[in-house]
Design a protein around this ligand. Sequence first.
Ligand SMILES: [Zn+2]
Ligand SMILES: [Zn+2]
Length: 281
Amino acid sequence: MRVSSKRSAKTPPPAPEPLTPLVDAHTHLDACGGADADSVRAIMDRAAAVGVQAAVTVADDLASARWVTRAADADERVYAAVALHPTRAGALTDAARAEIEALAAHPRVVAIGETGMDLYWPGRLEGCADPQTQREAFAWHIDLAKRTGKPLMIHNRDADAAVLDVLVAEGAPETVIFHCFSSGPEMAHTCVDAGWILSLSGTVSFKNARDLREAVPSIPLEQLLVETDAPFLTPHPYRGSPNEPYCLPYTVRALAELLGVAAAELAQVTSRNARGVYGLH
Ligand SMILES: [Zn+2]
Ligand SMILES: [Zn+2]
């Protein structure tokens, strides 16, 4: 997601009680205010202080794809993912493909994403790629994930059927991650059966996310990741305030409560999953 709102004007949430080990499986450090090595380190220091040991910072356009690889070089706790966001799929020119492909080969790029389908923004956001353009870009990113052997990180907004359709048509790569999984039980079932990984964000803490909260208990712990998608989707009770990787424990505790498992166990399992899926050291 991008399209920020008035949130940045609000006070940041207080630091949660530490919970460790945690890995933020999907975040946007540039949109959180990261610019140079010092500001990236400051964000990751705040995260480390509450147990968040590593984060995957995700690109959504070409400038961001260049930036995330530099951020990953600048701080050993940061890893990167590169792609053009589905809403920006119109910018996937031949030159852009060549550059994303080169960046994808970077050793600290651990996933191809975020790519996928977004059927919410077309018609609402000026310049947003239409569904057919998104589809072609998604297919190209799927192929890139296969060629690089790196996980495919999917953005899916109001597009369950379209995402599945493209995955089936192109053939899914070995590792597929649905970032900010927000769908209902049926979609969860389909993804779990396919062996895909579902990454949960602050939306899981929103009491009105009924379909999602109903779906979550059916996901095996081994197929779960946790993420902030910061600076967006700040968990309850700080919804609307700016999010950062240090806020991840709020989401993990809300998820632990929903699942009836200990937060410490969930932290262990999801960190192990993240390290395995992304091949982090
Ligand atoms: Zn997204
Ligand atoms: Zn995102």
